[in-house]
Design a protein around this ligand. Sequence first.
Ligand SMILES: [Zn+2]
Length: 373
Amino acid sequence: MYAHGQTVIQLVEKLAPKKLAMEGDEQRIGLQVGTLQKEVRRVLVALDVLEPVVDEAIAKNVDLIIAHHAVIFRPIRHLRTDLPQGRLLDKCIKHDIAVYVAHTNLDVAAGGLNDWLAEELGLAQTEVLFPLSREKLKKIVVFIPTEHVDAVMNAMAEAGAGWIGNYSHCTFQIPGTGTFMPREGTNPFIGQQGALERVAEVRLETIVPASIQSRVIRAMLDAHPYEEVAYDVYPLEQEGAPQGLGRKGVLPEPMTLAAFARRVKERFGLSGLRFVGSAERMVHKVGIIGGDGNSFIPQAAAKGIDVLVTGDVYYHTAHEAMALGLALVDPGHHVEQVMKRRLASYLSEALAKEYPGTEVFASEICTDPFSFL
Ligand SMILES: [Zn+2]
């Protein structure tokens, strides 16, 4: 059994909803080449869609590439197959390879790229470094006949309702009596047409991020035995978890900047990196922002961190960080390649049960343009 293209992408967007994309980036995410209206047997996860990556996809009979960096970054003015970009797009089309991009939406997503980077560094007590917004919350209240409470609760919890901090399945349940009279044209689960029914029911209430409200309601309706389900949705004043770019956290113990830089080098399997600041200074609180974090460096200094890990650091931004007393470690933009393995295993696991035929794997092509000597 193979997954449909849309099914695969629904799983990507469950992790990294498109609406999380940064302003200006929303035009460069999503499906960029080909179609999702097809069966998908093999999925390749890549950081960059360069020609060798497309060749790898062709050699491995891939139907869909999921990439972090856009394959079409600026609007194209021509599709010339005698030029590199046109040749690459032509290969994708000829081999029916779709290309889907999850960029800043994957960076911002809870459990997405910046969390993966923080985990690779072994940071604890991780939180968002630059909050952009907070999730809106809703309360869903549903009335369930007593013996079906657990089934409905579990379905709602599996769809993402009932999280408070690191606690899942948070609900409150009050027993009571539900009344109803089935009328003409009904097919009641309990009772008969024209007779007033009194049923032992439970009022179950739980909290849900507004972004997944419809998914939770669908799961609730599917698990509920009634033909017509009584439920209410309330907007809440309090806000959910902050969403944003970068993460901050603490190292297991303070260490020198040089030791920390070595740790970064080892954890990301690098042959070299650059750092800014005195090698002997102690660092404990660490910020990390995948890709190019230049524009965030001045604000990072105000976030109470000792060192910021980010790529593509400019000469003058490094001077700025020094003046602000913020140490920097620049492991390169390419450390974002952890997304290949992480996203591939997330998708493999999510698809395994229903669509065991669909294979998802990480690209084996290294797209780091830089070498060290
Ligand atoms: Zn990047």
